[in-house]
Design a protein. Structure first.
Length: 164
């Protein structure tokens, strides 16, 4: 199988009850949400604003919940009036092909990554409701707690390899 870059990689985790996702930095609570999705987002070299817009839309439209009649995979985070918590996580783009130490060269660094990540968060807020979309702290050492319902955890990407 050939190696390909996963641009704009995003991982979604689904939560279902009261304050089940929270982010702390230096033991201080930064953000928390109840029912909704936790988005781990990574930015790769070559990612574009279009990729960011595509993923923001996917996050909001992905049907992860059952409907009232029990129909599977029928409702998205907006349908359930849920919340979204975005966390920057460059380690999603690590390569583990060589040795036992992850290689992070597949992740975009510094200011460029921060700019695209912040654009992603703002696009999710614009597509939904700003007060229902929370954020972690870019490049901070965070503790992220999640009670994953299902569990349902999906990887999504945009760009040239955006088949996922």
């Amino acid at each position: 199988m050939g190696h390909h870059q996963l641009p704009s990689s995003t991982i979604l985790g689904k939560a279902y009850s009261e304050i089940l996702i929270k982010v702390t930095v230096d033991k201080q609570l930064i953000s928390s949400i109840g029912k909704g999705v936790l988005v781990f987002a990574a930015v790769a070299p070559g990612d574009t604003e279009k990729d960011v817009e595509t993923l923001a839309s996917k996050v909001l439209k992905m049907r992860l919940w059952d409907d009232e009649a029990g129909g599977r995979w029928k409702q998205n985070v907006q349908d359930i009036n849920g919340e979204v918590l975005c966390v920057s996580q460059f380690t999603l783009l690590a390569s583990t092909k060589k040795g036992s130490k992850p290689d992070f060269h597949g992740a975009l660094g510094g200011d460029q990554a921060k700019e695209l990540y912040q654009l992603f968060v703002s696009k999710v807020q614009q597509g939904y409701a700003a007060e229902r979309v929370k954020d972690g702290v870019f490049q901070a050492m965070m503790e992220v707690a999640l009670v994953n319902d299902g569990p349902v955890t999906l990887e999504m990407s945009a760009g040239p390899s955006g088949e996922k």
